[in-house]
Design a protein around this ligand. Sequence first.
Ligand code: F6R
Length: 261
Amino acid sequence: MEVVIVPDAKAGGELIAEAVAQLLRRKPDALLGVATGSTPLPVYEALTAKVRAGELDASAARIAQLDEYVGLPAGHPESYRATVLREVVEPLGLGPGSFMGPDGSAEDVQAACAAYDAALASAGGVDLQLLGIGTDGHIGFNEPCSSLASRTRIKTLTEQTIKDNARFFDGDVGQVPRHVITQGIGTILEARHLVLLATGEGKADAVAATVEGPVAAVVPASALQRHPHATVVVDEAAASKLKLADYFRHTYTNKPEWQGL
Ligand code: F6R
């Protein structure tokens, strides 16, 4: 796992957007796995700026959703489908046909989960999966003690995650759905490159456990240690509890430029 410490969220967004741009120059129809929430917004903004400045042609890119609330009415503005369309697909000038995600309003949720797992595989797999991290160490919505081999399935959000996400529902925990469909940890680990972005002091404990703790289901993001190409980009605040911070700074400063992320 490579850990890159950046000064702030904007710098993290620009660094990751450049890695995505390099991927799209190499493979224009790459399948990009995207997360929602606050953390990835600087990445989407930086990517959109590159497209608008004519530095990047993202027109053939394909977008795959990481997770989805269960039970929100279709088109609800906080559904992750609506969020990804608004924050990624539309700003990049892509059509809805470029986008895939699980159906959170399906009657048969289990069938919808299996169908999404199969659709990801038949699309050739995710080339780069962008991840955020929960304060409890979740990735996607694989809450603590999720199986490290799990596939896309329904999960119940923890009380902490419901509280954390209430800000998207007028601060009302009662409006936050209790269930989600999430790519499983086993599914996420199949992406060819995992890039986790964490910003802010509130993520510092989860980042330290992910990077320097043991691989353990109680910290789902620690599964990244088992991936051959995982990059963790953290701002100074999120890095504040890393014992090896100076080592990570040293290795990144001395990294050959051609390697990219
Ligand atoms: C959302 C997702 C979650 C978030 C995490 C952090 O699609 O997969 O794992 O990345 O809850 O959320 P923020 O970035 O809002 O702190």
